[in-house]
Design a protein around this ligand. Structure first.
Ligand code: NAD
Ligand code: IPM
Ligand code: MN
Length: 366
């Protein structure tokens, strides 16, 4: 029997609420497919600062190292916003984990499912045009990690600086990830940059063009980030794979999430060259709705499906979860943020959505 160990890092805000639903779904899928998914929880983020003195305790890091995959919730919130940057949950825990495990390849799939166009805020004809975009985001370099980074000087002369830096090798490996993904999809890579202004973008274009030569069956186009954000609204069906640097991918993935209806629908996989990964919703800890039982658990549940697919090689259970999620949305069991004001009365809670996904999983069991 297949056995896996999963480090579960629920984190802050809505993190624990939505993780509980992913946990239910993993139990159901494990039972249905006869696999063992041993899950062990570890403290992370603001919760870990409050209870263990740091955002990423050593026991958590060791737990992640010993696991087959990391399932991550979300971290951060107003309580920890005033800490120095290097102690904040975002940098001290999440960026450290990404860097420690070299999770350079971040996949964020955004899709408007046929029949579910009404969830999208896009105009009906645009929502119905066949929207299926994969954001492939470079995750361990660029302006997030470039050195130097800091503040100097005083008074009006004080200044702050970040460094945007990319090596040929770093661009090459994320470009390869994008082309490989496009080969299994519609065969089109659109590389997002700001080559009219940035040196890093000029190198990005050069390297991407070179990688494209190895993939004659995949087409390559370049687009500036400002135009890209506009085109995602105007005509998202033109895109297949969007290849992005760290910061541009961060921005455009929130837009792609919203295009499908909610930040709470977009899962993500962050992988290294060995296939080890961290799986988390693209959205954050949502302090504005935390603690109310109304957060959408779908992105967390779909992140668990991506974990099964990409790190554990369990394709059938991953497919089953994705089908159960679509069936849940089709059944109209959705959280409040997916509904217009006039339909709020029929909003499901976080746990009702999780229960429905479990029910759909069991219903379709053979
Ligand atoms: P956010 O993604 O937490 O929230 C943005 C908006 O989307 C909010 O209105 C929120 O209610 C909504 N939203 C997000 N997830 C949702 C869900 N599952 N269901 C329904 N609505 C959802 O972004 P923010 O407010 O800018 O950031 C809040 C905190 O989260 C910050 O501390 C930020 O640094 C952190 N953050 C963490 C992660 C992560 O852990 N991976 C990702 C992004 C932001
Ligand atoms: C994301 C988040 C993170 C990022 C933050 C929390 C560091 O916004 O995963 O998109 O910017 O990468
Ligand atoms: Mn983000």
């Amino acid at each position: 029997m297949s056995q896996y160990s999963i480090a579960v890092l629920a984190g802050d805000g809505i993190g624990p609420e939505i993780m509980q639903e992913a946990d239910k779904v993993l139990s159901a899928v494990a039972e249905r497919f006869g696999i063992t998914l041993n899950r062990k929880a570890f403290p992370v983020g603001g919760y870990a600062i409050d209870n263990h003195g740091e955002a990423l305790p050593a026991t958590t890091l060791v737990g992640c190292e010993q696991a087959d995959a990391i399932l991550f919730g979300s971290i951060g919130g107003p309580k920890w916003d005033t800490l120095p940057l290097e102690q904040r949950p975002e940098r001290a825990a999440l960026l450290t984990l990404r860097s420690h495990f070299d999770l350079f390849s971040n996949l964020r799939p955004a899709r408007i499912y046929p029949g579910l166009e009404s969830l999208s805020p896009l105009r009906e004809d645009i929502a119905k045009s066949g929207v299926d975009v994969l954001v492939v985001r470079e995750l361990t370099s660029g302006i997030y990690f470039g050195q130097p980074k800091g503040r100097e000087g005083q008074g009006d002369e004080e200044f702050a600086f970040d460094t945007m830096r990319y090596s040929r090798r770093e661009i090459q490996r994320i470009a390869v990830a994008a082309f490989e993904a496009a080969q299994k999809r519609k065969g089109k890579v659109t590389s997002v940059d700001k080559a009219n202004v940035l040196m890093t973008s000029r190198l990005w274009r050069e390297v991407t063009e070179a990688v494209a030569n190895d993939y004659p069956d995949v087409s390559l186009e370049h687009i500036y980030i400002d135009n890209a954000t506009m085109q995602v609204m105007k005509n998202p069906a033109q895109f297949d794979v969007l290849l992005c640097s760290n910061l541009f991918g961060d921005i455009i993935s929130d837009e792609c999430a919203m295009m499908t209806g909610s930040m709470g629908l977009l899962p993500s996989a962050s992988m290294n060259e060995d296939g080890f990964g961290l799986f988390e919703p693209a959205g954050g800890s949502a302090p504005d709705i935390a603690g109310q039982g109304i957060a959408n658990p779908i992105a967390q549940i779909l992140s668990a499906a991506m974990m099964l697919r990409y790190s554990l090689n369990q394709t059938a259970p991953a497919d089953a979860i994705e089908q159960a999620v679509i069936a849940t949305l089709e059944a109209g069991v959705v959280t409040a943020e997916l509904l217009p004001a006039s339909e709020q009365h029929r909003a499901a809670s976080t746990s009702e959505v999780g229960d429905e996904v479990v029910r759909q999983l069991q219903r379709h069991a053979k």
